[in-house]
Design a protein around this ligand. Structure first.
Ligand SMILES: [Zn+2]
Length: 385
């Protein structure tokens, strides 16, 4: 089935929306969080395990897959879904953010971006057209345009010129897109300048993209600035398309953004934190390496019914972490992703029942109280494996 986005329910008291995205590889509910599969894998978990924790769609990194093993190789092997054994939707980013992270190793011109591979120093040239071609070979369900993510802070003049380049690149991506290609999302840039964000959104909306992302946030700016920019940008995006906030974030960031009308999120936070021994729980974050868990027989989160919490103690997880065992990353990742997926499901239910603001307030103010009751109640309808 071709790409389609449907709004099922709008919250009466905020801009939150409950929606559904349909793709050739199935559909998923929004607001949605997509775990990041940088190298064609969500680190340490199999696709079956992702399904078991409730993951409905994942993100792949165009930049990394282009460099290794190469998009043409993946294309010849049947595309990314076939290659990585994942049957559900995949969104691929354009590599704009990874190119930004290369800093001095890249050079931007009107035509595109010249850069040196972080793997072997080889030279490459990415253009908007090339980025569409790569995502076509990967066969993702949703692709992104090439953009320039500007550093924070940057001068008004620099951001203005960069933003208009990103707009011209978006047009070039659209011009070479075929009907059978992945759905194509544009990326609003504009740094921390409200008028540039507004101008970027308005220019992109005049072209016919299937979704709109907001990029270049969560790059070191204060949180209040990020919310201010979101508030200034979202009203200019078409209501009947998905709104994607790239690279964000914490559960609290997600609540704030959902309230402002955002539908899609991705971030390495739950998976990276898991490998660093930091776990998300209904009582806040927990560092499993702490000595206090040495003989703690309780699960990570007594309100959680994930595979890890049903079977393992804090003491054992601490031991695995300190012993640098592979199973530590696996069990911690299972828990953190289950936490995020369950969190998104509860957001969706809250919007459906017009109690999203209450849910958001409860999550922030009573992490140890009502939150746990709600978790237990909701878990009874969401027991996996
Ligand atoms: Zn758990």
């Amino acid at each position: 089935m071709a790409f389609r986005f449907e709004i099922i329910k709008k919250d009466h008291f905020s801009k939150a929306r409950l929606g559904r995205i349909e793709t050739y590889h199935g559909s998923f509910s929004t607001p949605a969080f997509l775990p990041v599969g940088t190298q064609g894998t969500i680190k340490s978990l199999t696709p079956e395990e992702l399904v078991e924790v409730g993951v409905e769609a994942i993100l792949g990194n165009t930049y990394h897959l282009y460099l290794r093993p190469g998009h043409q190789t993946i294309g010849r092997l049947g595309g990314l879904h076939q290659f990585i054994h994942w049957k559900r939707p995949i969104l691929t980013d354009s590599g704009g953010y990874q190119l930004y992270s290369l800093g001095g190793l890249r050079k931007i011109s009107e035509e595109g971006v010249t850069f040196q591979s972080h793997l072997d120093g080889s030279h490459h040239f990415l253009t908007p057209e090339k980025v569409v071609e790569i995502q076509r070979a990967l066969g993702s369900d949703i692709g992104m345009v090439l953009d320039e993510c500007v550093p924070y802070p940057s001068s008004y003049e620099y951001v203005k010129a960069s933003t208009s380049l990103t707009t011209r690149w978006a047009k070039r991506c659209l011009d070479v897109r075929h009907d059978a290609d992945p759905a194509l999302f544009a990326i609003v840039q504009g740094g921390m300048y409200r008028d540039l964000r507004e101008g970027s959104a308005q220019a992109l909306v005049q072209m016919d993209f299937q979704g709109y992302a907001i990029g270049g946030l969560s790059v070191g700016e204060p949180k209040s600035t990020m919310l201010d920019i979101l508030e200034a940008t979202v009203p200019f995006l078409p209501e009947n398309t998905p709104h994607y906030l790239m690279g964000v974030g914490t559960p609290e960031d997600i609540l704030d953004a959902v309230m402002l009308g955002l539908d899609l999120f991705d971030c390495v936070l739950p998976t990276r934190n898991a490998r660093n021994g930091t776990l998300f729980t209904s009582a806040g974050k927990m560092s499993i390496k702490q000595a206090q868990y040495n003989e703690d027989e309780r699960p990570v989160d007594e309100a959680c019914l994930c595979y890890t919490c049903r079977n393992y103690s804090r003491a054992y997880l601490r031991h695995l972490y300190l012993a640098n065992e592979i199973l530590s990353s696996r069990l911690n990742t299972i828990h953190n992703l289950y936490y995020y997926m369950n969190f998104m499901r509860r957001i969706q239910e809250a919007i459906r029942e017009n109690r999203f603001l209450d849910f958001s307030k409860t999550h922030r103010s009573h992490p140890n109280g009502r939150e746990i009751e709600n978790l237990v109640r909701n878990h009874t309808t969401f027991v996996l494996g």
